[in-house]
Structures are given as structure tokens and as C-alpha cells.
Design a protein around this ligand. Structure first.
Ligand code: UD1
Length: 421
């Protein structure tokens, strides 16, 4: 448990390179066991969810070494096919290992991940995809049990464009006999990234970034090298932080198209954005304007992960900003804490209406989930006085040295060491 102490009122200025993407590296780590090769990954962020994934790989029998941002995985001797509750409890998205374990071992046992801070996290689409590839799926004593001595390609249709289910289906299909056509696939940049990595592993896969992905098996290689893409949600976080605190930031490394929907909203609110090749500059002077309706949708729509961050940016914007959250049920948990800081927010089911206030004041609040925690830190940067954010480790799941990064840009922020995890 730690406490973030944020002294508001200091604009953010300077440039920063965006860290490697959490949501891109997790499926890549899972896919690394697919063929039994030696993989070297670079630009791997130091995050709690990444550490939990490396621990899963070790438990499965891989030799894993990390040196700074480089992670070497030797998956030639995978000996296990089970992820117990202790590990799924540490990282809810461990379901992303299902397809890879099943493909490699012919069976997989994964403790049910259960709900999370954002609400129930069903896995029906993941399981249906494995069944469509010929696996037998059961749930036994809280464990998902999949068996498929040989997976068979075919048509796999996802009723919803689930990111994780698309990743699982792509990974498992690489080991299937014959061609797999995946329809209704998610189109997020992390899916394109996974396709790139699977190709480096020797897979014949195309179509990522569209709703139809074709996989025609693989010719395994012995060594694979991959650099993890920059994190678009961290990029969105920095844009929203600048919008809330004011300032002039240059984000480097990031593909501006990956944060297009967020940048568009901020520009409509009055921020100045200039995109270049793998760089994006944001400048925010006076008060932003509200009036927008922000609806979360699958990519390229506005990302649900950026909704709490954008809400932080809208708290002081003149007029009303409406949010419609379409992806997760419990994604407004930050709202009550914003209200404690003086924000005016009305919640009504999937909708939240923010009426901009002139000023926010520091308060004692709590991070209840990863992006909600980051959003409170952002709001603290734009508030008067000190904001104390109690955090049970949520922010470190997705942000590498967030205090250090913000301090280097002029933010006044520290983590209370006495109560740090
Ligand atoms: C991923 C991201 C997460 C992001 C989310 C949506 C990772 C590690 N996490 O999560 O940060 O917020 O995409 O962009 O990449 N659903 C079902 N049945 C299923 C699976 C999902 O009904 O079997 C529903 C979910 O409840 C949710 C929606 O589909 O309403 C989208 O979820 P999904 O795209 O699967 O999210 P994740 O892959 O878990």
C-alpha cells in the first residue's frame, strides 16, 4: 500500500518517451511458449502485471531472465500446463495464456480469473473460440480445463470483438491443422502487434487490424527477437495530464494514430495538438471547453481505458461533458473521489455528466482501479493544494515510475516511502 502525494498547480513541460505497452507485452509473453524457442523481448516495461506474467512463465517451466527492459525467455522445456489461483489472482488477464498453453501442451488448466474492479470479467468468448478449434472445455472446481490433443483450424466467430479472446484464438490457431478464419475480431493496435510477433515466431497470419484474421499454421523458428510497442494508454494519460494541469508536452515514440480519438476530443476542447512521425505535442493554456459527448467503443473508437483519464481532464472544462461507458460495468469508480475534490459529476447508469468547476481542491482519495488511480493523480496535478491518493498497488500495474516521469516534467509528486509496497 502506498500514498501518492500530489501538489497541484504546476504545469507539465518537456518531452518524454512513452514506455512499452502493458497490453501488448502480455499476449506476446504468452505466445512466447507456443513453439519452444528462445525469445528476446526489448522495451519491456517494469510493471506488476509483467512480473506476474514472467512468474507464470517460470511456473510453466520456462527459463526467464530480465535485465532492464530486456527479457529473455527460453521455452524449450515447458513442463507445466496449469496456472493456479495464486497466480491468476495476481493478474486477472492471465486468461491470455489459455490458447498458448493449450497449443503447446494439448491441455490447459487455469483457475477462473473471477471478477475485477471493473465488474464481471466473463471468459465465455475465450472458451467458445477454443471449442471452435476442436478443444474440449469444462469448468471443474473453479478451474477452466481444456483438452485438445490436436487443434483443428476452422471458422471461429467472436460474438463481441473481445481483445483477449481474439488474442487467444490467434495464438491457439497457429498450432492448429489447416486454416483458421477468425471473424468478428478486435482491431486494437495490440492485435496488430501480436500478429507481428507471431510472424517472427514463424506463423502465417494476416488481417490483424481488420475484423477478419486468417491463420495458416506456422514453421517454428529457434530464435525470435521483438521490441514492444509504446503504450497508447500511457500516451493518452500524458495528454490528459497536460490538459488538466496545463503545459506543453512532447510525447515521443508513440504512433499518434493510436491515440487519435483521445487527441481529437482534447483538440475539440481547446487543447493544441501537433502530430508528427512518432511524436505528438500537446499545449494547453487557459480553461478548456466542455460540451462534448465521449462514448467508449472498441478501437478505433474512444478507449474505455482512457475514459477515467479524460474525465479528469474535463473536470474544470467550462460547460458540460457527457460520458457514455459501453465496455465495462463499473468504470466510474473514480467519480466519487473526483467529487471529494470539488468536481460536479452526475452518474446515471452508463452515463456520467460532468459540469466543469472553476477549481478543484486537494483531498484524500483512493485509487480503486488502475486507470481510475492514474486519473486521480492527474486531477491532483490540476487541483489546488495537496491531494493524497491511497493506492493498494493499482497504478504500478500499468505505469512505470509514474512519480519519476511526472516529476521530470515539473509535476510535484511523490510516493510516501513509509507505506510503500
Ligand atoms: C483488454 C485490455 C483492457 C481493455 C479492454 C477493452 C488487456 C490485458 N486488457 O481487456 O485494458 O480495457 O481490452 O479495450 O489487453 N467479454 C465477454 N466475454 C468474454 C470476454 C469479454 O462478454 O469472454 C466482454 C467484456 O465483459 C467486456 C468486453 O467484452 O464488456 C470487452 O472485453 P475484452 O475486449 O475482452 O477486454 P480484455 O481483453 O479483458
Amino acid at each position: 500500500m502506498s500514498i501518492w502525494r500530489v501538489q497541484g498547480g504546476y504545469p507539465l513541460e518537456g518531452s518524454l518517451t512513452i514506455q512499452g505497452a502493458k497490453n501488448a507485452v502480455l499476449p506476446v509473453l504468452a505466445a512466447a511458449i507456443l513453439t519452444g524457442c528462445e525469445t528476446e523481448l526489448t522495451n519491456v516495461p517494469a510493471l506488476r502485471d509483467v512480473e506476474a506474467s514472467l512468474e507464470i512463465l517460470r511456473q510453466l517451466g520456462c527459463v526467464v531472465q530480465r535485465q532492464g527492459g530486456t527479457v529473455a525467455i527460453d521455452s524449450r522445456n515447458v513442463t507445466g500446463c496449469r496456472i493456479p489461483r495464486e497466480l491468476t489472482g495476481q493478474m486477472r488477464s492471465s486468461i491470455v495464456f489459455l490458447g498458448a498453453i493449450l497449443a503447446r501442451c494439448g491441455q490447459a488448466r487455469i483457475a477462473m480469473p473471477g471478477g475485477c474492479e471493473l465488474g464481471p470479467r466473463p471468459v465465455d468468448l475465450h472458451l467458445a473460440a477454443m471449442e471452435a478449434l476442436g478443444a474440449e472445455v469444462r469448468v471443474e472446481q473453479g478451474e477452466i480445463v481444456c483438452r485438445a490433443p490436436g487443434l483443428t483450424g476452422g471458422t471461429v466467430h467472436l460474438a463481441l470483438p473481445s481483445v483477449g479472446a481474439t488474442e487467444n484464438a490467434m495464438i491457439a490457431a497457429c498450432a492448429a491443422r489447416g486454416e483458421t478464419i477468425l471473424t468478428g475480431a478486435a482491431k486494437e493496435p495490440e492485435i496488430v502487434e501480436l500478429q507481428g510477433f507471431l510472424r517472427v515466431l514463424g506463423a502465417d497470419v494476416e488481417g490483424a487490424g481488420t475484423s477478419v484474421i486468417k491463420i495458416r499454421g506456422m514453421r517454428p523458428v529457434r530464435h525470435a527477437l521483438w521490441r514492444v510497442m509504446p503504450d497508447r494508454i500511457v500516451g493518452a494519460t500524458m495528454l490528459c495530464a497536460c490538459a488538466c494541469a496545463g503545459g506543453d508536452l512532447e510525447l515521443r515514440g508513440l504512433d499518434p494514430a493510436h491515440v487519435g480519438s483521445v487527441a481529437e476530443e482534447l483538440a475539440a476542447m481547446g487543447a493544441q495538438l501537433d502530430a508528427g512521425t512518432r511524436r505528438l505535442r500537446i499545449r494547453c493554456g487557459g480553461r478548456l471547453r466542455g460540451g462534448r459527448t465521449i462514448v467508449t467503443e472498441p478501437y478505433p473508437g474512444f478507449p474505455t481505458d482512457a475514459q477515467p483519464l479524460m474525465m479528469a481532464a474535463s473536470l474544470k472544462a467550462a460547460g458540460r461533458t457527457t460520458f457514455v461507458e459501453n465496455i465495462f460495468d463499473h468504470r466510474y469508480r473514480q467519480a466519487a473521489h473526483f467529487a471529494a475534490m470539488g468536481a460536479d459529476i452526475r452518474l446515471d447508469g452508463r452515463r456520467a455528466v460532468v459540469t466543469g468547476v472553476e477549481r478543484l481542491r486537494g483531498a484524500r482519495v483512493e485509487a480503486e482501479d488502475l486507470r481510475g488511480g492514474a486519473a486521480l493523480i492527474i486531477a491532483g496535478l490540476g487541483a489546488e493544494g495537496e491531494t493524497e491518493i491511497l493506492d493498494r498497488g493499482h497504478v504500478a500495474r500499468g505505469y512505470e515510475g509514474f512519480d519519476r516521469v511526472l516529476s521530470a516534467l515539473g509535476g510535484h509528486i511523490k510516493i510516501d516511502p513509509a507505506r510503500q509496497e
